[in-house]
Design a protein. Structure first.
Length: 434
């Protein structure tokens, strides 16, 4: 029996796959199979991208230096991030601080907001996921990711709350299937501004729980937060730096955040890294203050080297344009598949992040407090038979596809074919229930 405490993103007891290596868009398994790695939000350039491998080899001879000491490469990475990724946002972007992960960046952006505003409460939208550490965990309001203990015979021991969390309604979009609420946005969001009037920050992401970005929603929340005296944090941990088919999802709307948080793609998958990027206005408020937070391995030289390498690969915009092209192929392919499978309730997504939601129990009642594999995990297991790995985020009825940006048309089609195969299992269950 393994003495490693396990985390399963495809809920259920047994490991779905045993990975021994990776190459390009493929995972290589212990039994020799090559599987398309169809849901790896941390690996934007796939496995062993030559520019990343080269940078990491060089980085191995750097000194061990912590964020308390000057390191010219760290300064250069901040400049690269501002000049390359935020190149179209010059009038907005103020300054950057690096962190260890998306969760840490969110936790620190939230505590920073509390200190700056003197308020304690925080806000997010329904079904959000912002990470698993500190306040980021508390702002993760998907019931099964409470950060505590799920008892396999039923029941949970969640972590006690640190702060009151206000939850505003989420966007209700679908590229296939029906939207859950047809009322105009202002009507759906009635009362939100009052709710935000006591919060330090409103943190909004663009994909989690299969709920995708829409500019009207962003601008509504941004304006409501501003009027209510709340900071607006755009959680771009998964959408930032290419996956949304542009540098940042927020660029689709008119409004601009107070703070942007980053992770995942930031170091091209070769090192753990996160970042908090502040607007010029916030940086101006900081000019007579210092932010009293520190961690030994933040902006480690290896992470800094990986960040610089990733940004240099992405700098000419070609890969981001490719993501935008693949968005169309994914959209068309997924809608065709959904039409064939009665078990599919809804499809939504953008860029290279897409969700297929199945008919079944309501996500609000899912606590992962069972040893049985939920439906989505069984569909993912069947897709493996057809040569691809698909994610579930541990949700019961939701599958997500987020391959690396280097995926070819043929590989994307093979990924969709594997999903098609997996969904036959969900159809059989759907038909039995009907
Ligand atoms: C939107 C969003 N925010 C935050 C996080 C947490 O990032 P990390 O897993 O790097 O801590 C995630 C991870 O899935 C995410 O998708």
């Amino acid at each position: 029996m393994s003495r490693l405490l396990q985390t399963g993103l495809n809920a259920g007891k047994d490991p779905l796959i045993k990975v021994v290596d990776g190459e390009g868009v493929y995972f290589i398994l212990a039994d020799g199979r090559r599987l398309i790695d169809g849901s790896n939000t941390g690996g934007p350039l796939g496995h062993k991208h030559p520019a990343m491998v080269e940078a990491m080899k060089k980085a191995a001879s750097n000194p061990v230096i912590n964020e308390g000491w000057f390191w010219a490469e760290r300064e250069a990475a901040a400049e690269d991030l501002i000049n390359i990724a935020f190149g179209e946002e010059k009038s907005w972007v103020g300054a950057v601080r690096f962190f260890l992960s998306g969760s840490e960046a969110n936790d620190l952006a939230l505590t920073f907001s509390q200190a700056l505003t003197g308020r304690k409460e925080l806000a997010t939208r329904e079904r959000a996921y912002h990470g698993m550490a500190g306040l980021a965990r508390q702002m993760t309001v998907q019931p099964h990711w409470h950060g505590g203990l799920a008892i396999q015979g039923g029941g949970s021991k969640p972590v006690p709350a640190q702060v009151p969390v206000r939850i505003i309604p989420a966007p209700v979009n679908a590229k296939y299937g029906s939207v859950s609420d047809n009322r105009p946005l202002a009507e759906r969001m009635a009362g939100s501004q009052e709710m935000l009037s006591s919060v330090a920050a409103t943190i909004i992401d663009y994909t989690q729980g299969g709920i995708y970005y829409d500019p009207e929603y962003q601008d509504y929340v941004a304006n409501a937060a501003r009027k209510a005296g709340s900071l607006w944090i755009a959680d771009e941990v998964v959408t930032g730096l290419g996956r949304s088919g542009r540098w940042f999802a927020f660029q689709g709307g008119e409004t601009r955040p107070d703070i942007v948080t980053l992770g995942k793609c930031l170091a091209g998958g070769s090192a753990p890294a996160g970042a908090v990027v502040m607007s010029k206005e916030i940086v101006e408020e900081m000019k007579d203050k210092s932010w009293q937070t520190y961690s030994t391995f933040r902006a480690h030289p290896s992470a800094v080297a990986a960040i610089r390498a990733y940004l240099s690969v992405m700098a000419d915009g070609e890969i981001i344009r490719r993501v935008k092209t693949l968005e169309g192929r994914m959209h068309k392919g997924l809608v065709e598949i959904a039409r064939k499978h009665p078990s599919v309730a809804r499809v939504d997504g953008f860029g290279l992040h897409w969700t297929v939601e199945l008919h079944g129990p309501d996500w609000r009642n899912w606590y992962a407090d069972t040893a049985e594999s939920p439906l989505a995990s069984r569909v993912a297991a069947r897709a493996v038979e057809a040569g691809a790995i698909i994610g579930t985020s541990g949700e019961q009825t939701s599958l997500f596809l987020a391959p690396s940006f280097i995926i070819s048309d043929a590989e994307l089609d093979a990924l969709l074919a594997a999903l098609d195969h997996g969904l036959e299992l969900a159809d059989a269950q759907f038909e039995r229930a009907a």
